[in-house]
Design a protein around this ligand. Sequence first.
Ligand SMILES: Cc1ncc(COP(=O)(O)O)c(C=O)c1O
Length: 444
Amino acid sequence: MGDQQLTAVGTGLASDEIYGRAAQVLPGGNTRTTIFLRPHPPYATRGEGAWIWDVDGVRRLDFNNNYTSLIHGHCHPEIVAAIQAQAGRLIAASLPTESEVGLAEALAGRSSAFERIRFTNSGSEAVMMAVKAARGYTGRSKIAKAEGAYHGSYDAVEVSLDSGPANWGDGAPNRNPYCVGTPQAVLDNTVVIPFNETAESLALLEASAADLAAIVLDPIPGRIGLIRATPEYLQMVRDFCDRTGCLLIMDEVISFRVAHAGAHSLLGVRPDLVTLGKTIGGGLPIGAVAGAQRFMAVFEETQGRARVPHGGTFNANPMSMTAGAVAMRLFDEAACERLERLSILASATLSEIMGRLGVAGEILREGSLLKISLDSRPKRTYRGSYPGPEQARREEQLFRALLRNGILIGRNLTATLSTPMVEADIGYLADRFEAALSEVLIDA
Ligand SMILES: Cc1ncc(COP(=O)(O)O)c(C=O)c1O
């Protein structure tokens, strides 16, 4: 299909015209904070494999993949066929379906940490339910999370999400609300710890040990800069949980894709609960809490009322379950290894270009996730890798230059590979990256 014909798939309006309509019915013309772009975003119309088209007829190589969730790219034929067949059979019902058992079995087969699984509709809901499960199991109310870490839109884990030099404080991280109007009780119940700063975090955890239900930790937090939690930090957190009865919730909504059995297997740490989402739904909305039977039992109603009741009209809906099962079957060890090889190639290629053009910075990489950083300082902590205003300005420029040059990546310069990608796609990325970087250098 030619690009011109593609604009006719919708009403034939251009992005600016659609945005004009959007602004009349949606606040700010938008529904998703993370994808809003001034003056307006390009509106997508079609995707195929590694490519995405917008209504203006522009084709881009998609390295965002709906913020890492489309591990098999757009409209993978086997996933589409499964969705179509399921849509013709049953879209949703107030009876369970075998499809939820199938996806749960597929996930449980990947990690011994996943003894039981409970499905939600998003990663945010998964984190919320994991926190509730930890509270229900321990009878305690506080949680701890790392400064700057993103865990979705549940208010308890939004605390200090976007702390910066102006408000993070001199010593222990300040507890900053993310949304105006966040209740003080939410701030009081969230202990904010500095990522990868072992002694400082331990002291803060100890001070609340009797009240802590859980530590919520993304072991490779994209928003902190795709930096791994150090073995020492992970050990401290695990030991603290074992000693105090607090649960370790590993948020692998993104980082599950770095290895066949997720980040906890790669890093060799035993989680109590794991939150999942994104890739496990084959492109459809999903989330899940997985963990040891003794913790997950809080959701059981077999003996009467559950300690933590968990309803949800669309929980384990057969569309997401079916798409997810196919996606997980396709994301086997071989697919994982191939993505790893492609991302090593991408990382080396982009690093070479930055070096040749004399641009300070580095490419960080974990499995099929990459992050372009225009900062060459060694990165270990949130504060130590926090971009200054000039770096932030240039990174925004680079994001926009890539968008103009046919590459879609995350606003924070996170790039995600998908299984339809081949070496030639990395070549295309390299070519467009060099062009985009040259534009940013001219503007500097
Ligand atoms: C680590 C992490 N946890 C939770 C979430 C929330 O997932 P969702 O957007 O599906 O609600 C995200 C989303 O990007 C995430 O990156």
